[in-house]
Design a protein around this ligand. Sequence first.
Ligand code: AHR
Length: 521
Amino acid sequence: MKGLHCSLALCLGLLTAVPAFGQDAKVTVNGAQPGPVLAPEIQGQFAEHLGRLIYEGIWVGEKSSIPNIRGYRKDVVEALKAIRVPLIRWPGGCFADEYHWRDGIGPRAKRPVGVNTNWGGVAETNEFGTHEFMDFSELVGAKTYVNGNIGTGSAREMADWVEYMTNPSKSTLAQTRRANGRDKPWTLDWFAIGNETWGCGGNMRPEFYTDQLRQIRTFIKPAAGQPTKIIASGGNSDDLKWTDVVMAGSANMIDAISLHHYALPSFGRPTRGTWKDKGSATEFGESDWFALMVTATQMDDLLTKHSAVMDKYDPKKKVALVVDEWGNWFDPTPGTNPGFLEQQNTLRDAVTAAINLNIFHKHGERVRMANIAQMVNVLQALILTDGPKMLLTPTYHVFDMYKDFQGATQFPVTVAGPKYSYAERSLPAISASAARAKDGSVLVALTNINPNEAVPVTVSLDGVTAAGVSGRILTAPAMNAHNSFAQPDAVKPVAFTGAALNGTTLSVTLPAKSVVVLVVK
Ligand code: AHR
């Protein structure tokens, strides 16, 4: 979560757009040498007890006038099912390290009410607890990722929680689960030992955390037959030392280590570009557009560097790198509780979502889960709600367009071509990824990050047979186009007819600031 440095010219705000020169881009898809199967969990979601995410966004209670299924709002469940959400991470985030699971079981009316100290200091009713999370995940059809509490919890508390969720025996904890309404154990797919333990999870040093991790890991014992994978709390953005220390001390005891990276439009905003002034989600110009593309694109470099550190201890890539928090973070929507991290979501968010998914595909061998922050009403949300109303954001639509990449076999991709330049810096204008979907079709995702110029793209599909192409595009006239409750469909995907297939070559003109996913059969 660090700001970027800027040159003097940028610091003085001397920002001028440099037009593109109409150069073509060449994308080569190497279908003859397929890469890894892309873990569906790359399209995972993050649902923290934060603001209006759990309460209002998911849980409205069985007696609500908002249509619901056992208390979970129906419109949200249906929207999540439609994009085949593969996995949900819960209960935090920073919230996780103050969460005591026993507060969230048993009759709802009797659950203790706590304070959500991280997020607005509001009351936490504990109405949504372990049973509700597991039930909700089953309803959506998503795998489960529970984040344990190391900050204010203990080895025993975490071990008991895992026993409560997974044990089929007649142990007192399993019987308590039954008494609370759940006979069969749930499937616990992932369990993390702490969150951001370098910060809100305890301000630990990596050596101290690693020793704690080793101790606690010893006592986390999911029942036989459970698929549970254990995640170590990882470093922040470019903190390679953290990854090094944790991997050196625990690589043989964990299944994954996490990484968090948020994108802020800080480049070129020298007196700002900090967590105090992150910029508006909707009121921005090209300088902030470009700045956000810079920080979002950094994900590629971060994954390369963290993976290289992991390779030292785990050359066979048994331990996954899970980017369990990623997304854009702007100033909160004016008039909302600043502790609730509410922000609108524009075409700019859609473009960076596509960039990140393409980067995760590139690193699919090591990156086997990612969780956008967050699912509903918080940060780069896929869904926004307002009382009984719900809308799908441009970011949601990108996940919808990419959903067939879940479980697809990655094809290596190279991109050559024009840069998108702004002031003194430039980025590749085109971001791309490709894969063979489970139904045999070839998926080609192309994003043009240049908000001003269309880019002609030639895609060579090497080693692939191709008979026809179809696709969808997400774009809009304005950089800050977004969906509101008055106009919920202002930005949504439509059929794309701008791709022509000749043999195994695709010719595409990618409109400015657009996300396209093509399906070649
Ligand atoms: O996603 C919001 C917060 O960002 C999470 O609680 C924390 O882990 C991170 O700092």
